[in-house]
Design a protein around this ligand. Structure first.
Ligand code: HEM
Length: 146
């Protein structure tokens, strides 16, 4: 019997997505080194728990996640704009495998929007904001204008 793709957001659906997504991230040639440098093997269960809470807050407005993703990502060595494309591609492929088209799109739309706001946050604190986002000139910190 072929399992019907899930079409409803539940905590269980979120766990499936997060587990499969990060299993892939950890095998991806581009992203693996970045995650491996930031998260020790024995710290992965805690990271996954945090990500269940994050997606639960985003998709179920459960308020389970408390944190500041921009500050956390600012401290991630090796994070750079093109890698967001890899991240989103893997996220989308995983969501489409597990979920109905409408549900996958709902997750992917949120992920894309959050990725954009993360990049803006990173741009704001970066000495080279222009590599992060297409910013209007006034959004670029004065100190970086020549
Ligand atoms: C190139 C893209 C990305 C990379 C390389 C990346 C990498 C990482 C790493 C290494 C951590 C763990 C940091 C630590 O605990 O020291 C982390 C945490 C996290 N990431 Fe990302 N990330 C990316 C994009 C995203 C996107 C697009 C989202 C959301 C849609 C996201 C959501 C989060 C959240 C919520 C945390 C936990 C923050 C906390 O500790 O409160 N990340 N990320």
């Amino acid at each position: 019997m072929i399992a019907r793709p899930r079409s409803e957001v539940t905590e269980e659906a979120i766990r499936l997505l997060v587990d499969r997504f990060y299993a892939r991230i950890r095998r991806d040639a581009t992203l693996r080194p970045v995650f491996a440098a930031a998260i020790a093997d024995d710290a992965w269960p805690a990271h996954l728990e945090k990500m269940y809470a994050f997606w639960s807050s985003v998709m179920l407005t459960s308020g389970r996640y408390k944190g500041d993703p921009v500050s956390v990502h600012r401290a991630v060595a090796g994070i750079e704009p093109p890698k967001f494309g890899n991240w989103l591609d893997i996220f989308e492929a995983t969501a489409r495998e597990l979920f109905s088209p409408a549900l996958a799109t709902a997750f992917v739309d949120k992920a894309k929007r959050i990725a954009e706001s993360l990049k803006l946050g990173l741009a704001f604190h970066s000495p080279t904001p222009e590599i992060w986002a297409e910013l209007p000139p006034r959004a670029i910190p004065q100190t970086t204008l020549r």
